[in-house]
Write a protein that binds this ligand. Sequence first.
Ligand code: GAL
Length: 415
Amino acid sequence: MKWNVIRIAAVAACTLGSAAASAQSVEVMHWWTSGGEGAAIGVLKKDLESRGIQWIDMAVSGGGGEAAMTALRARAVAGNPPTSAQFLGMAVVDWANEDFLSDLTEVATKENWDRSIPPALQRFAKFKGKYVAVPVNIHRPHWLWMNARIFNDNGLRPPTTWDEFNATADKLKAKGILPLAMGGQPFQEATAWESVVLGLGGPDFYRKAVIEADPASMKSATMLKVFDQMRKLRGYVDRNFAGRDWNLATSMVIKGDAAMQLMGDWVKGELIAAKGTPGKEVLCIVAPGTQGSFLFNTDFFAMFKVGGNRRAMQLTMASAVMNPTFQETFNLAKGSIPARSDVPMDKFDACGKQSAADLKAATAANHVYGSLAHGHAQPAAMQRAYLDVITKHFNSDMSSKDAAEALAKAVVAAR
Ligand code: GAL
């Protein structure tokens, strides 16, 4: 029964796609289907409709965007791409390389994007010197979220090292409180893993082990400690964690069914959508040991070469996404901070303000790196090699030594 429904929707979308394409419309592919994500994409939809552009939604659920990228590729190779799609940084580079993306230089020059887009983002937004994508935000994947009531009632302080984290989790467990809410999906396990790599090894080790994919660092004593810590984390999640979506894990922390979650600041979008206040009902600190560094992932919108009057719609959409007021409103709902460096932060909550301040300090210290789990550290094939080993280790009794060796082999094979 369910398959048929999907099939009908797909056919309808295809036929609708070309008919509606002639009207003042944009069809946008994205994976923002959780409460907070939906509220944020709603800001863009409303903004475009206020400019007379109809929004055709191609939402593909699945946090992290893996399913969305698969659906997008099927449409693109069939010669029927949407007008625009959400991309992570490395994916922009891959799709630009395959000549799918259209040139936005016209609007980028007119609006002087170079002045307000940080160089770390221009590296992904530009292909051969030309803008092919527009950045909407800067997310930070390495946060620790805590239920404030559970922490206060048990006299607990936010853990700033992994040893403190483990001691806190052991205390919670002893009291029958679930320490860690998590969903068993590769991108979620990798989000925790990269926080542990950075938190235990520091920024130089992250650069070596993730950005440079240096096999020697995979076999190092530090990497063994990383997998030991991942094994500890496995002991702090519930037995029903497999396959759970990240936003369901977030609602466990909001409701007090679990004390903590390791996840990006899209968690804030869920809390805000649930009428909560980040830093109040749910506390935020950077993941243990990662103070002073900043891992980022950015959502970009890129435009397909669709021609016709949709070109004008694409340029209007790109300009709308880069609008400073839009970036403020969108990011207040999404949980991230603006991609533009010139948007005032005074309306943002304490976690948002801290993110912006930490980004500034980490930029000055040269400790800003792309997230592996969220497509800003390695191209797709190499990223896959990491995630396969991380998720295999987390969901088995694989030893840390075997995991480290498997990772060293995997990254060499993926080169
Ligand atoms: C990330 C994306 C975020 C967030 C998250 C969970 O990859 O950049 O915007 O939505 O996935 O779906």
